[in-house]
Design a protein around this ligand. Sequence first.
Ligand SMILES: NC(=O)c1ccc[n+]([C@@H]2O[C@H](COP(=O)([O-])OP(=O)(O)OC[C@H]3O[C@@H](n4cnc5c(N)ncnc54)[C@H](OP(=O)(O)O)[C@@H]3O)[C@@H](O)[C@H]2O)c1
Length: 271
Amino acid sequence: MAASRRLVFIGGGNMAEALLRGILAANRMRPQDILATDVRQERLAHLETAYRIAVSSDNAAAARQAATVLLAVKPQHMDGVLAELKDAVGEGHLLVSIAAGIPTAAIAARFPHPVRVIRVMPNTPALVLEGVSALAGGSHATPRDLETARELFEAVGNVVIVDESLMDAVTGLSGSGPAYVFLIIEALADAGVKAGLPRDIALTLAAQTVRGAARLVLETGKHPGVLKDMVASPAGTTIAGLHALEQGGVRAALINAVEAAVRRAQELGRR
Ligand SMILES: NC(=O)c1ccc[n+]([C@@H]2O[C@H](COP(=O)([O-])OP(=O)(O)OC[C@H]3O[C@@H](n4cnc5c(N)ncnc54)[C@H](OP(=O)(O)O)[C@@H]3O)[C@@H](O)[C@H]2O)c1
C-alpha cells in the first residue's frame, strides 16, 4: 500500500511538538503530510488545533499510513509501542527513534523481518529551533535514510552523524549539556547581582553572553582558545577573571560532569 502521509509521530509530547513546529516552520512538509498519535486525548486535540495535522490514538493504523515512523515516546513506553507496531511496520518503513538509551538493534530485534532504524539524540533547545541532534544508523539503515532523518532534524537545529557506539558520549555532552549551561548562566547572573546589577539585567547579560559566545565559535570556525585570547588583553580584566576560573577548576569540573553523565548513560543502557 502506498503511504498516504510522509511522517507519523508515535507519541505527541514535547519533543514531537518541537520537531513538528520546526518541520512546518521550515516548510519541509505540509500539515496534511503528517500524523501524530498519543494516549492523551488532550495532546491530540492540541496538536490538531495548533498545527492542523491529522491525529490518531491507534499506533498500528497510524504507522501503516506513512513511510517514516518517528518513535517519540519515553523509553519506558517503547516496549509496548513496538509490540503494537510489530505487524504494522514492514520492510518499506523507516523507523526513527529519539528514545534515550535504546539501541537500534534492540528495536530491530522486535520485528520478524529486517527493519531500517535510525537512532537520534536531540536536545531541549530544539524547542526554540536551536537544538543539536546526533544521528546514528542501525545495521539496515541506508545513507539515504540518514539523509531523510537529517532533513527532519535540521528543522530544529544542527545535525551531526556519529557511529552508534558514540551515543552515550553524545548523551553526556549535548543531551545533558543544556543543564550544565543553565547552571553556568545562573551562576553568572548571581555574580552580576553580587556586583550590584538588578537580577533581570544580570540574567539577560549572562544568557546573551553565552549565546553570543557560542555563535562566535560556530560562525567564525575559530578555535575557542583563539577567541579567548582575542579578548584577554595584557594585565586586563578578562585575564584576571580567567585566572580565577582556572583556580576554581572549571575546566576539570566540566570534563568531570560530561564523564559522569556518560558513565550514567552506560549504566542505564546495561539495565
Ligand atoms: N525532552 C528531551 O530533552 C529529550 C532529549 C533527547 C531525547 N528525548 C527522548 O524523546 C522521547 C520523548 O520525550 P518527551 O520529552 O517528548 O516526552 P513526553 O513529553 O512525555 O512525550 C511522550 C508522549 O507520548 C505519550 N505516550 C505514552 N505512551 C504512548 C503510547 N503507547 N502510544 C502513543 N503515545 C504514548 C505520552 O503520554 P503520557 O504522558 O500519558 O505517558 C506523552 O504524551 C523520550 O524517549 C526521550 O528519551 C527527549
